[in-house]
Design a protein around this ligand. Sequence first.
Ligand code: TYM
Length: 329
Amino acid sequence: MQTVLSGIRSTGNLHLGNYYGALRNFIKMQHDYNCYFFVADYHSLTTHPDPKLLHQNVKSVITEYLAAGLNPDLCTLYIQSDVPEIPELYLLLNMHAYMGELIKTPSFKEKARKQPENVNAGLLTYPVLMAVDILIHRADFVPVGKDQEQHIELTRKFGRRFNHFYGVEFFPEPQAFNFGTDLIKIPGLDGSGKMGKSEGNCIYLKDDPKTIEKKVKKALTDQGPTEPNQQKPEYIENLFTILRVVSAPEVVAHFEDQWNACNIRYGDLKKQLAEDIIAVVNPIRERILEIENNTDYLHRVTTMGAEKARESAKKTLSAAKEIMGFRTF
Ligand code: TYM
């Protein structure tokens, strides 16, 4: 059976971008693949989170994974920092990652621009840690959104380099994955760019219906099209992009027709959009409220997940060390 791995950074509550870019795929894949899903808490350290919030954020992601439908009996669900084999393999792979290539990574350049006061070494080697997350279970597929594509490409490069350097066929080449289609980017409701925590333009899986209605109502629109079949400006295209993932095809077709005929009413579009987002989010939100205070359950899930993840990680780490020449007396 092929292996799947993916993770989400613990920087707060999950949003619609995380759900459609990643989590929805995790839920489908857990039935047919050997799946590892984890909370990337080490990755969250690059922005120096408040220690008082670190655990709360890990708890939110685990809770929201479960609430959205991950089943700990079907997949291995764990927290990155519970698997000490990950930082050990990270140290080893860092010896085969070069300053020149890491400095050129677009995600590093972007972060360095966003937080010039904190360009730490963890930020630079972020792609190595991410590659290790994937390679440590020798994963074949990595369900992620469009923004992670370059990291998966780098993972293949690091794996290939290791294989080539030591003359082995050890690490498989993982592929970024989205069911049947290209990787996706869910836009924010603020007119441009992607939905993201640091952009402050998110609809969260924990948002209640009133909050969602309010956020959707506030989305940027204009006077409407002036000519038939006119190209949509980015902020309107963004609303349609979200509509396409949450609504039925006939609903999308209806508003496309109205747009093309210049008689679209944004009020109706937003009402429908909010309704369809709420239909997706509300059952998850209700499960979050049920699970979030069940510390015993969360403890059981993460303990079991750590054990299963370590079993697999230990095998890869000891084989990698053997290949590199480590021996015991
Ligand atoms: P993170 O935590 O930023 O995002 C988690 C997942 O959600 C996807 N995503 C989106 N997809 C579509 N539209 C959006 N607006 C959107 N926002 C977020 C991301 O593509 C991602 O799949 N480095 C990773 C975490 C990570 C990881 C890994 C992922 C660490 N190790 C190993 C896969 C495999 C990150 O920061 O994702």
